[in-house]
Design a protein around this ligand. Structure first.
Ligand code: SAJ
Length: 416
């Protein structure tokens, strides 16, 4: 049976662009989202997240009737699950993955499943989650057969195909990136490849579901370990009075060395999260991966110490923090080390604290009520005596460097 109608469960940063892209290929797509407000926004042809060009694609596919959003699942040929996989809330630092959104998705899809359907897990998941999803679906529908028991002959096909797109480049990377596809049987993988081939120009590489799950976690852990190495070097270089940016540039001249950039810490919802899924499954074995997380999580505290030390030099310190988002040229403040640093500085009440963030219109209310001022870079540089570069936004790179000449500068991103 060819796939004509696709249902995407979860219309967030991954689900919505995926749904819109598939719809733009002329397929009928239904997005299932628990938040009524999000459903209404999308059905009005608008979007609730920031991602370049996504508004144009969504407006077009909704107006053509190829994409529609609903709150309750309906029958389809294929279901793609793109829901969050956060940590279980706990008072200790356990970082246990929380799979309840995936379980809810299984409960949602279960009643509308039909023989011949394909279910794909796109959410970044700990190893073994695709098998769990298949078991939750089987519990919902004892009348259907699933690949964990019937292999290739099963009524329902289940596969994992982790998303790997970079925020800010999602629409391009959804098409151009290679996809790792791990079915619970060969027939599951083949069916999933058939779907991805309709919109992916990259290669679709088939493996086992567990390897596909681990592959996604490995990609983000590799990046985290590399950034931790850079962050550790930055602290060593401060002690040895060496410019870490020059050092890394020189080392990277070696044909087999490629060190990433140090920063104020690692933020976002992926690199700072996914390595913990490996640590949680193999706490005794994942020593380096665990240590990298600790090093990157410690970096904001190191930067705060540097700022406190610099502010100590002034009777009335005026501290300007440049950037609040978790990385350059985006407006996303969630899990941002820059935001964490400004929040903790505000609590210390060292003097005037000014935040500059060209990608947002106003400061989060917790910062405003803590007395943090919001300013343009020009206004902040006029009055500040301590300037901290926390994000490498293009507006900061384009600023005349002589304006920093009389300031004490802490440049965590090597912008200057
Ligand atoms: N960062 C540094 N130094 C660097 C690079 C990044 O400090 O040299 C920091 C950033 O400032 C940011 C954090 O790391 O705070 C994460 O940013 P990022 O650009 O490395 O990655 P994300 O979280 O936006 O997206 C990652 C991507 N994974 C990889 O590049 C291996 C993306 O392809 C994944 O799809 C995404 O995670 C995801 O959804 O898992």
């Amino acid at each position: 049976m060819t796939i004509k109608k696709v249902s995407v469960i979860g219309l967030g940063y991954i689900g919505l662009p995926t749904a819109a892209l598939i719809a733009s290929r002329g397929m009928s797509v239904v997005g299932v989202e628990v938040k009524q407000e999000t459903v209404d926004i999308i059905n009005a042809g608008k979007i609730h997240i920031v991602e370049p060009d996504l508004d144009i694609v969504v407006r077009s596919v909704v107006s053509m009737g190829h994409l529609r959003a609903v709150t309750v699942a309906e029958p389809a040929d294929a279901f793609m699950v793109a829901v969050p996989t956060p940590f279980v809330h706990s008072d200790d630092d356990s970082h246990e993955p929380d799979l309840h959104y995936i379980k809810s998705a299984a409960k949602m899809i279960g009643p509308v499943l039909e023989k011949g359907n394909l279910v794909i897990l796109e959410s970044t998941s700990p190893v073994g989650t695709t098998e769990k999803l298949a078991a939750w679906l089987a519990a919902e529908r004892p009348d259907l057969s699933f690949p964990q028991e019937k292999g290739d002959a099963a009524d329902i096909k289940v596969a994992h195909c982790p998303e790997r797109v970079l925020p800010g480049y999602v629409l391009q990377e959804l098409v151009s990136n290679d996809r790792v596809i791990g079915g619970l049987s060969k027939a599951c993988s083949d069916k999933a490849v058939e779907l991805y081939k309709t919109f992916v120009k990259g290669e679709c590489i088939v493996t086992h579901a567990r390897t596909a799950e681990m592959s996604k976690l490995t990609e983000n852990s590799f990046r985290d370990v590399n950034i931790a190495f850079a962050n550790e070097l930055s602290i060593i270089c401060d002690k040895l009075k060496i410019n870490v940016w020059e050092l890394i540039r020189l080392a990277n001249r070696h044909p087999r060395v490629n060190i990433l950039n140090p920063g104020p810490g690692v933020g976002g919802h992926c690199i700072a999260v996914d390595p913990w899924f490996i640590v949680d499954s193999c706490p005794d074995e994942a020593k380096l991966i665990h240590q990298a997380r600790l090093i990157n999580d410690h970096k904001p505290h190191y930067v705060i110490k540097q700022i406190v030390h610099a502010a100590d030099e002034f009777k009335r310190p005026v501290i300007a923090c440049l950037g609040l988002s978790f990385k350059a040229d985006i407006d996303d403040l969630r899990e941002s080390p820059a935001l964490q640093i400004v929040e903790q500085l505000a609590a210390k009440k060292l003097g005037r604290l000014i935040a500059v963030e060209p990608n947002i219109k106003s400061l989060p209310t917790n910062l405003t009520s803590a007395g943090v001022e919001f300013a343009t870079i020009e206004n902040a540089l006029e009055v500040a005596n301590v300037v901290v570069v926390l994000v490498d936004h293009k507006e900061f790179k384009d600023t005349d460097s002589t304006l920093f000449a009389t300031k004490v500068v802490i440049d965590t991103r090597g912008v200057l």
